[in-house]
Design a binder for this molecule. Sequence first.
Ligand code: SAM
Length: 369
Amino acid sequence: MDRVSPGLVRDAIVEFLSGSAASVSLKEIEAVVVRKLGEIPRSSIRSYLNLNTPSLFERTERGYYRVAGVNDEKLNGASFTWKEYQEGRARIVHADAVDWLRACEPRSFHAIVTDPPYGLVEYSEKEQTKLRNGNGGGVWRIPPSFDGNRRSPLPRFTTLGEQEISNLGRFFEKVGLLFYRATVPGANIVVASNPLISHYVAAALSKAGLEPRGTIVRLVMTMRGGDRPKNAHDEFRDVSVLPRSMWEPWLVFRRPLDGRVQDNLRTWGTGGFRRISKDQPFGDVVKSHRTGKKERSLAPHPSLKPQSFLRHIVSAVLPLREGMLLDPFAGSGSTLAAANHAGYESVGIEKDADYFKIAKTAIKDLGSI
Ligand SMILES: C[S@@+](CC[C@H](N)C(=O)[O-])C[C@H]1O[C@@H](n2cnc3c(N)ncnc32)[C@H](O)[C@@H]1O
């Protein structure tokens, strides 16, 4: 029996198990892996599973495994349907990303650029209702007005408790496995985050087997931090509780390569970032600004990111300008608008009906500014 690289065993198991909501027997896992890789020692399959149980996988009964933390009530993806809408080369799907990714063909995407629900709670029905009622309660806070203009609400991640942080980790491990499954080897995966929680997100994505490749610093003056102590402004005029945040981390990950960079470029069109020019590589600090009024009126989403920044990132993640881009948490479709602008094919998933409706017009409107 030839020795097969542990990376190939891992790829085959992750692609198979992360696509299933149900528990799968060890026998079935072995059969799928052998069908894919040829005869290999069964011990290499068992040792990968043992090593990553219970962090990534759980043993549901003797000899049965599934991805940890999967909700039993969710159907196996193949049996659900979704609405979708095409605009240019972009397709926006109204579905839950976890269900949709579980049902999609493995290795369908060549890059992911996404701005996920960081704290999970902020896009729950309860918190969205509070936001839409305009009272800024719960996890959404209205930043203080210092120039007479009313500010847009921001999620207050400092309110995340221990349980929410643990849920966040579990969610991103599960999503990380699905990103792994949905992408081809060498695919870039760029995930927007924020300085208060990016370390939890990065740890979870690494645990799912994605390779950390650094952080893109989006230089932007956010409305987070810098406030004086609540109800004691006058007493402590020279104090701000949290540093005023002037940047936003966009985590960079990669699905592990299959061979050398040049092999991945030839086979999949992945394995690097497109250079800005012959003399200038793509860099990890990008000057940006808050999303302008015009874009916010075309796409009224509380977390809308500006086209100038998204176009810069989107155009770089497909090094040969070929392939399919995914945004599984598409919001108003701003990443898809940037992909249309670059001439790339893309798919976005959005589970909220109102944001899906906004995306149907915003992709075109944002794409043409
Ligand atoms: C931070 S926002 C993205 C905003 C987007 N970058 C934009 O510019 O419009 C995250 C989005 O993910 C959506 N979302 C949350 N959980 C989801 C899930 N499980 N599947 C699909 N979409 C989800 C939320 O409704 C929200 O619109």
